[in-house]
Design a binder for this molecule. Structure first.
Ligand code: SAH
Length: 347
C-alpha cells in the first residue's frame, strides 16, 4: 500500500486532515516517510542542496563559531548538539576545522538529534564521535551549543485562509474520485479582521514546543542555539508550503512521501518566544551578512591559495552561500542565548 492509498483510507474513515498532519505523515511515516526512506538526502540525486552540502566552508565557519562561543563561555565541558544533521556533513566539516582549537575536542560531546535510522547511519559514517537523541529533550543536560540548519523548515504547519466571511483552516480531503485535494474547514471564530481575502496565515505547533525546550535548557545552563533557515520576518500572507523533488517544485499533494515538504520559518515568532522567556536574541540576520561577518571571504582566500586549481569552484560556492539572488538573503541566522553571555560572533 502506498502512502497515498494509506492517507486516502485514513481520510475516508476520519475525515479531512490538517496540513500539519499531512506534512507529518509525508515526512515521518515510518514506512513511507520522506526522511525515513531517503538515505541519499543530499549528494547525487538529491532533491535539494543545503548550505553544508553546497560548500565545506559553511560547516567550517559554523565549527569555528562554536569554538569561539565555547571560549567566550569560559571553555566548559559542553554538549555540541545538532538538530536534524541530514548526512552529517556540517558537523564533519565543523569538527575538522576545529581540530587545532586547543581543548575544544576534549571538551565537546557531539549529540545528534535525529529521527531517521537511515540518516543516523550516514551521520555515524561521517562523525564517528557522535551520540544520538531522538528529541532535544533527551539530549544530556549542561552547557550547550545547539546548531540547526534547515531544521525548522520541516516542522509541520497548520494553515489558515482568509475568506470572504472570516477564517477557515486549510485541510487535506478527498475529491469525488478519491484523490487528495485541499479544502477548507467550517468557519473559525474570527480574530484578525483587517486582512485581505486570500491571505494565508501559518502556524507551526512544533516550533513553539521546540523553542520552549531550548529556553528550558538555556535557563538551566549557559548556552546558545543557532538556527539557520529560510523564512520571513513579517508574515506576508503567502502560502509557503513547498514540495521539492529533484530540485523541482511539485504539487505538495503529488506522490506523498517522495518529496521534501517544507514551509518558510516565522523568525518573528522565534524571536518573540525567546524574548518573552528572557533569552538574548541576536538576528535574524541574512545568511550572506552572517557568513561574511564570520570571515567567509578569508576562508575563500585560504582555500584558493592552498589549491589554486579549485579557485573557480570555491568562488561559485561563495556566490551560492552569500549572494542575495542565491541563499544570501532568503536564508537567515538567528541566535538565542542564555542571559548574561557576551554577544555572539557574526551578528
Ligand atoms: N541539516 C541538514 C539536513 C536538513 S534536512 C543539512 O543542512 O543538510 C532535515 C533533517 O532533520 C533530516 O536529517 C531529518 O531527518 C531531520 N528531522 C526532521 N524532523 C525531525 C524531527 N522532528 N526530529 C529530529 N530530526 C528531524
Amino acid at each position: 500500500m502506498s502512502l497515498e492509498q494509506k492517507l486516502v483510507a485514513h481520510i475516508k474513515e476520519n475525515g479531512p486532515m490538517t496540513v500539519a498532519e499531512y506534512m507529518a505523515a509525508c515526512l515521518y511515516d515510518p514506512e513511507h516517510g520522506y526522511y525515513a526512506t531517503r538515505p541519499a538526502l543530499g549528494g547525487d540525486g538529491a532533491d535539494f542542496l543545503t548550505a553544508p552540502e553546497a560548500s565545506q566552508m559553511f560547516g567550517e565557519l559554523i565549527g569555528l563559531w562554536c569554538a569561539h562561543e565555547w571560549t567566550a563561555m569560559g571553555k566548559p565541558a559542553i554538549n555540541l548538539i545538532e538538530l536534524g544533521p541530514g548526512r552529517g556533513v556540517l558537523m564533519q566539516d565543523a569538527w575538522r576545522a576545529t581540530e587545532r582549537v586547543e581543548g575544544f575536542h576534549d571538551a565537546a560531546n557531539i549529540v545528534f538529534v535525529e529521527t531517521s535510522p537511515l540518516l543516523r547511519e550516514a551521520q555515524g559514517d561521517r562523525v564517528p564521535e557522535a551520540e544520538w537523541a531522538t528529541r532535544l529533550e533527551d539530549a544530556p543536560p549542561g552547557p550547550c551549543l545547539i546548531v540547526a540548519n534547515e531544521f525548522l523548515d520541516c516542522l509541520p504547519i497548520r494553515q489558515f485562509a482568509r475568506v470572504e466571511d472570516g477564517w477557515r483552516e486549510k485541510l487535506v480531503g478527498l475529491t469525488e474520485a478519491d484523490t487528495l485535494t485541499f479544502g477548507l474547514s467550517a468557519l473559525l471564530p474570527a480574530q484578525e479582521d483587517d486582512v485581505l481575502e486570500g491571505a494565508v496565515r501559518e502556524i507551526a505547533p512544533g516550533l513553539d514546543a521546540l523553542i520552549y525546550e531550548v529556553e528550558r535548557r538555556l535557563h538551566d545552563a549557559p548556552g546558545r542555539a543557532l538556527f539557520v533557515d529560510y523564512g520571513y520576518v513579517a508574515p506576508g500572507g503567502a502560502d509557503t508550503l513547498q514540495a521539492l523533488r529533484r530540485h523541482k517544485k511539485i504539487d505538495p499533494l503529488d506522490t506523498p512521501g517522495e518529496a521534501d515538504l517544507t514551509a518558510h520559518v516565522d523568525f518573528a515568532r522565534v524571536a518573540h518566544l525567546a524574548h518573552e522567556a528572557g533569552l538574548a536574541v541576536h538576528g535574524p540576520t541574512p545568511q550572506g551578512r552572517f557568513l561574511k561577518a564570520l570571515g567567509v571571504e578569508t576562508r575563500v582566500d585560504m582555500l584558493t591559495r592552498a589549491n589554486p586549481a579549485h579557485a573557480q569552484r570555491v568562488a561559485r560556492e561563495l556566490h551560492r552561500l552569500t549572494h542575495p539572488d542565491q541563499m544570501g538573503v532568503l536564508f537567515k541566522a538567528i541566535c538565542l542565548s542564555s542571559p548574561n553571555l557576551p554577544p555572539p560572533a557574526g551578528f
